[in-house]
Design a protein around this ligand. Structure first.
Ligand SMILES: *Cc1c(COP(=O)(O)O)cnc(C)c1O
Length: 404
């Protein structure tokens, strides 16, 4: 039989398609979906040995071959030794908190992070005595000043939702390591195709597989990527006992989604840049937020850190004399669309238009929203793969009739 192993040094596009565990005896070319909870053991001694070591397959809350394929493929793309799947992006963050922190530990986070992330740390784990400090997304000195003797973790997300603010991963890694803490990065927006945080010094990468990794808005999934030691010693025991396990079916869908990640992400970025430039030229658009535009405050950092690409998400602002007037304009543009979807998600082939002030950031007070830079006139676009002129025409239906 010829050598079945993959040669070393394969490039990301190839790893995204080829990284897998061994084929079964049937030689399937497309990876198998193992929809099974239990695994039949050849004999009692092997069963005992697998339960003791955690190696080999026993029960799907511990591991499943399709989930292993997802984990190995994602780790190959992120360039980490290992990865571990979770039921969703939030499930991955829950696993991270439970694996790394105890009462009395301190965490530093950007205050621009995903809303559920902020709530999980401050509200849910605040109840258990985990301390949190929130810092500016872009002011590195604020992070340095926030570190305390009990700081165990710095957690950042870049670019952020919805204003695409970019933080300096390498600078935050230096602060974390000087304090004896770890840096984790939520890489859901950039994906490993644009940005590999561990190459910039981060210790852990968190993913919502629900977004670009699936890429077609079908299933929930999440993961943590990092050293084999962290994954096997800190996180695998948490999933096994707490059960935020990734379903094999969802793992399979995302595994197949990752095969087209490279071409999709590039197409999302091309479309988003074209639309961002077009929006900037519209007289009734007050401001466009997109890392690929020279007008973005962290444009240079973003281009350096994100392989020269801006990502698939952008936001823009419609000005109004009052918050109510700005909101009415935003609703008019959103409701005039006949192609784009009003939905909650991103990283889908379908372009999604949303109003952060009344959805993702609806639970904040008006003052908190203003501090975050989100107004009633802010609209977010998670740009999909439709033809860019059709997306522009759809936005123009509302933009051209704003004064009417
Ligand atoms: C969606 C998202 C999450 C949460 O992931 P789920 O899979 O929805 O649980 C976390 N971080 C970012 C940046 C996200 O966009």
């Amino acid at each position: 039989m010829k050598d079945q192993s993959l040669p070393k040094g394969l490039r990301p596009e190839t790893l995204a398609v080829r990284t897998s565990i061994e084929r079964s005896q049937y030689g399937e070319n497309s990876e198998a979906l193992y929809l099974t909870t239990g695994f039949v053991q050849p004999d009692a001694a092997t069963s005992a040995e697998r339960f003791a070591s955690g190696e080999g397959y026993t029960y799907a809350r511990t591991s499943n071959p399709t989930v292993t394929m997802f984990e190995q493929r994602l780790a190959a793309l992120e360039g980490t030794e290992a990865a571990i799947g979770a039921s969703s992006g939030m499930g991955a963050i829950l696993m991270m908190i439970m694996g790394l922190l105890k009462a009395g530990d301190h965490v530093v986070l950007s205050r621009s992070m995903f809303g559920s992330t902020l709530n999980l740390f401050a509200k849910e784990f605040g109840k258990f005595g985990v301390e949190t400090t929130f810092c500016s997304q872009t002011d590195v000195d604020e992070w340095r000043a926030a570190v305390k003797p009990n700081t165990r973790l710095l957690f950042a997300e870049t670019p952020t939702n919805p204003l695409t603010e970019v933080c300096d991963i390498a600078a935050l890694a230096e602060i974390a390591h000087a304090a004896g803490a770890l840096l984790a990065v939520d890489n859901a927006f950039a994906t490993p195709l644009l940005q590999r945080p561990t190459e910039l010094g981060a210790d852990l990468v968190m993913h919502s597989g629900t977004k670009y990794l699936d890429g077609q808005g079908r299933v929930m999934a999440g993961a943590l990527c990092g050293s084999r030691q962290l994954i096997t010693e800190k996180f695998a025991p948490v999933v096994r006992t707490a059960g935020m396990v990734l379903s094999p079916f969802n793992a399979w869908v995302v595994l197949k989604g990752m095969e087209t990640l490279g071409v999709r992400v590039k197409a999302h970025c091309d479309n988003a840049l074209t639309i961002a430039r077009w929006l900037e030229a519209q007289s009734n658009v007050a401001r466009v937020y997109y890392p690929g535009l020279p007008s973005h405050p962290q444009h240079e950092l973003a281009m350096r850190q994100q392989s020269g690409l801006g990502g698939g998400v952008l936001s823009f602002e419609l000005a109004g004399d009052t918050p109510e007037a700005a909101r009415a304009k935003a609703f008019h543009v959103i409701d005039s669309c006949r192609v784009l979807s009003i939905a909650t998600n991103l990283g889908d082939t379908k372009t999604i238009i949303s109003h952060p002030a009344t959805t993702s950031h609806g639970r904040l007070t008006e003052a908190q929203r203003q501090a975050a830079g989100i107004s009633q006139g802010t609209i977010r676009l998670a740009v999909g793969l439709e033809h860019h002129e059709d997306i522009q025409d759809d936005l123009l239906r509302g933009l051209a009739t704003l004064g009417a």
